[in-house]
Design a protein around this ligand. Structure first.
Ligand code: PMP
Ligand code: GLN
Length: 388
């Protein structure tokens, strides 16, 4: 393994899911729903397979039906914010958000370019920045005990920008903290990006999982559309994480750049699933609000259970993750805690320290996923309470 990748080892999600299987534990670690997405969308995939649509290489940018559906989705949900995209030139289908992140960074970075990423960051960001020869510059989101949430220090962000900064890699709603950046925070980021002429790659895969207020795409802020690559994924919005269908929306020039990288990574993404996701994106508004309402209820169940079990809970306003502080339980090392948890309680969780460069900042924090049935969440909470 080369030096660029050696530091990354095995992704924590694979390690922790394997631990869950080996110990028969409830898996609140890796974020995947325990119920599949809509029946009619599965049927659409079966129909596409059976009718021979997409069984041979689909077009590189994605099938026209899916690109049109992505553009229509952007218009439906964000058109009132002035955001719309041309399905011919401004949409690219990718193999999940993961490939969108990789292809964007490989296409847009020169070796040595600095990339600002909010810490804790999703684990593939660091690896992809490294593969692209970039340098990551983390800006730490810090928990505020009073508000019970994580916030971005805008001065720190400003200070992190140098003349070598090429892009900001943003994520809102934010995994693992469940933070949704506010209008003020996003405005400030946008102003900085414009002032310093930076590109922004914004990972908005949890766009439909915002529990209070609505999602604000960074691309809708003044001066941002022309410099922003926005990423989303059917894995999160339709609960098909195994299908690996994602997409970007961006101005034509940036889409063309990302496509140049994508064509040599996967060339294309799985055909029949693209037809099904095109139908999914056209589901009525009630599907999207139903998903959000269901997960809001689940958040409330798990947040109450974790608080009852003695964790300090940072109540998420988005995503399907809850970050907790384990210090009230007399614990300080999230890694050790998560490695022992299957044995002690039959539950698997993720140590947030893996998402930090400043490991000590992340040490006492542990993430639990709540995209599981209410029964599983209640059972997990009960087991964790018995820890005390
Ligand atoms: N970005 C974030 C913030 C995520 O949480 C995830 C996955 N859970 C991804 C990207 C990857 O998405 P996909 O499964 O579509 O590749
Ligand atoms: N995004 C999911 C999470 O944060 C996991 C995705 C993966 O396993 N790569 O849990």
């Amino acid at each position: 393994l080369n030096r660029r990748l050696a530091e990354f080892g095995t992704t924590i999600f694979a390690e922790m899911s394997a631990l869950a299987v080996r110990t028969g534990s409830l898996n609140l670690g890796q974020g995947f729903p325990d119920a599949d997405g809509p029946e009619e969308v599965r049927e659409a995939a079966v129909r596409a397979l059976r009718d021979g649509r997409g069984n041979q290489y689909p077009p590189g940018p994605g099938i026209p039906e899916l690109r049109a559906a992505v553009a229509a989705h952007q218009e439906r949900f964000y058109g009132h914010l002035g955001l719309s995209y041309d399905p011919e030139t401004e949409v690219l289908v990718t193999a999940g958000a993961t490939e969108a992140i990789a292809a964007s960074l490989l296409a847009l970075l020169e070796p040595g370019d600095e990339v600002i990423a909010l810490e804790p960051y999703y684990d593939s960001y660091a690896a992809c920045i490294a593969m692209a020869g970039g340098r990551r510059v983390p800006v730490t989101l810090r928990p505020h005990a009073e508000s019970g949430s994580y916030r971005l220090d805008l001065d720190e962000l400003r200070d992190a920008i140098t003349e070598n900064t090429r892009l900001i890699l943003l994520n809102t709603p934010h995994n693992p903290t469940g933070t949704v950046l506010t209008h003020e925070e996003l405005s400030a980021i946008a102003r900085l990006a414009v002032e310093r002429d930076l590109l922004v790659v914004t990972d908005e895969v949890y766009e439909h999982l915002v529990f209070e207020g609505g999602h604000l795409p960074l691309a809708s802020f003044p001066g941002m559309r022309e410099r922003t690559v926005t990423i989303s994924s059917a894995g999160k919005t339709f609960s098909f994480t195994g299908w690996k269908v994602g997409w970007i929306t961006a101005p034509a020039e940036l889409v063309a750049a990302v496509r140049s990288a994508k064509q040599f990574l996967t060339y294309v993404s799985a055909g029949p699933f693209q037809y099904a996701v095109a139908e999914a994106l056209a589901l009525p508004d009630s599907y999207f609000t139903g998903l959000r309402d269901d997960l809001r209820t689940k958040r409330d169940v798990l947040a109450a259970g974790l608080a009852d079990a003695g964790f300090q809970v940072f109540r998420p306003t988005g995503t399907y993750f809850i970050t907790t502080d384990i210090r009230p339980l007399g614990e300080t090392d999230g890694f050790a805690f998560c490695r022992a948890l299957p044995e002690r309680a039959g539950v698997v969780a993720i140590p947030n320290a893996v998402f930090y460069d400043h490991k000590d900042e992340g040490a006492p924090f542990v993430r639990f996923a709540f995209c599981k049935s209410i029964e599983v969440l209640q059972e997990a909470a009960g087991r964790l309470k018995a820890l005390a």
